[in-house]
Ligand binder design. Structure first.
Ligand SMILES: C[S@@+](CC[C@H](N)C(=O)[O-])C[C@H]1O[C@@H](n2cnc3c(N)ncnc32)[C@H](O)[C@@H]1O
Length: 342
């Protein structure tokens, strides 16, 4: 084993000790994995932000608790994906979505609108990310911004303290990419300061958590926070037929193989495996007890956006498996410019 590998392993153990604690690894009937005391904070969606859910995000995106090597990270959309893009009805159907705000940035690339926004990102002083489910997603945004030459302040907002506290832990360990300042803010996105300071505001699949009235509040707060000439880049899960309907979670992956490899990851991190029944139960409740989110139509969203913001760009995107499912998942990416006052 090389020194470097040993150090990486000890770093992963340090992160693990900072984030998680083990209740009783001898007891197979209960899930023994807890968050560490630092992360045991009030959380409005404890189910969504369980230790297993957060671990799953790390497993799924990084295969490790350690961030990937930035230089090896491929953030741009690959030629392979570009070549297999299909246009069906008014939707761009891609083989796969990454499942983080990177999808939103890739929407810009897919429509060849990306270059228009590059200059804005490069000279931006302040960017806001509204709603981030996990550190790997936040990390993706940081890398993307850095790749585009951003060197200002990034404010990350979420109503859940968990991904933010995890982000702070990585920050304390010096594991966030250098070159920009990141603030983690545990507040509803509707409460961003009305200070006209941001050049770019990113919200990714946030609208279905909000009532239409709250969405209006959010859109106005965004408009008041953006600098003149600034952009709100947003992606929403939409109801394609224009009718609000409940998301009945019909997309299910066959999970036996996935749960086994997630358990291998758990073993790598904690040196024990969970009883598969625990993971199966978690996987089932993850879907069945997840809140039933209502999808809105694109028009419903647009209706809530104040006049000071104008729609500059929109693109409807789905992944192939989500497009082919009974209950299609279609994401609407929109970019709104804040008009410069005359
Ligand atoms: C579906 S996730 C979005 C996916 C995420 N962008 C990603 O990176 O994969 C929505 C996130 O928004 C957060 N959220 C929900 N309502 C919010 C609100 N009013 N203000 C801020 N964050 C909110 C949730 O806690 C969750 O982390």
């Amino acid at each position: 084993m090389t020194n470097e590998t040993r150090n990486l392993q000890s770093l992963e153990k340090t992160i693990c000790a900072k984030l998680f604690s083990i209740k009783n690894d001898g007891n197979k009937s209960n899930n023994p994995i807890l968050f560490s005391n630092d992360l045991q904070l009030n959380d409005q969606q404890p189910f969504f932000y369980s230790p297993l859910q957060q671990l799953f995000e790390f497993y799924h995106r990084w295969g490790s608790l350690l961030p990937p090597n930035i230089t090896e990270r491929e953030m741009e959309i690959s030629h392979q994906v570009k070549d297999s893009v299909q246009r069906i009805d008014d939707c761009v159907v891609v083989p796969e979505l990454i499942g983080s705000p990177v999808d939103l940035f890739n929407s810009l690339e897919l429509s060849n609108a990306g270059h228009k926004y590059d200059a804005l990102v490069k000279k931006a002083q302040r960017v806001k990310l509204l709603g981030a489910i996990s550190l790997p997603s936040i990390y993706d945004v940081i890398i993307w911004l850095k790749n585009k030459g951003f060197s200002g302040v990034l404010d990350v907002y979420d109503i859940s303290s968990i991904p933010l506290k995890i982000g702070q832990s990585y920050q304390e360990l010096g594991l966030l990419p250098a070159g920009l300042q990141v603030n983690f803010i545990n507040k509803p996105a509707q409460k961003i300061q009305k200070d006209g300071q941001s050049d770019l505001i990113i919200s990714d699949v946030l609208g279905y958590y909000l009532t239409p009235e709250d969405y209006s509040v959010l859109a106005s707060a965004v408009a008041n926070n953006l600098n003149a000439g600034g952009v709100w880049l947003t992606r929403e899960l939409i109801e394609p037929n224009g009718e609000a309907s409940l998301d009945n979670k019909t997309v299910r992956r066959s999970y036996a193989e996935r749960l086994n490899s997630f358990n291998d990851f758990i073993e790598k991190i904690f040196s024990f495996k969970l009883d598969l029944r625990i993971l199966e139960e978690w996987e089932n409740t993850r879907w069945s007890k997840a809140p039933q989110y209502s999808r809105k139509s694109k028009e419903e969203y647009l209706f809530r956006v104040p006049e000071s913001l104008f729609l500059d760009f929109d693109l409807r995107v789905s992944s192939k498996p989500l497009w082919d499912s009974v209950n299609r998942r279609i994401f609407e990416t929109m970019a709104f410019f804040k008009k410069k006052s005359k």
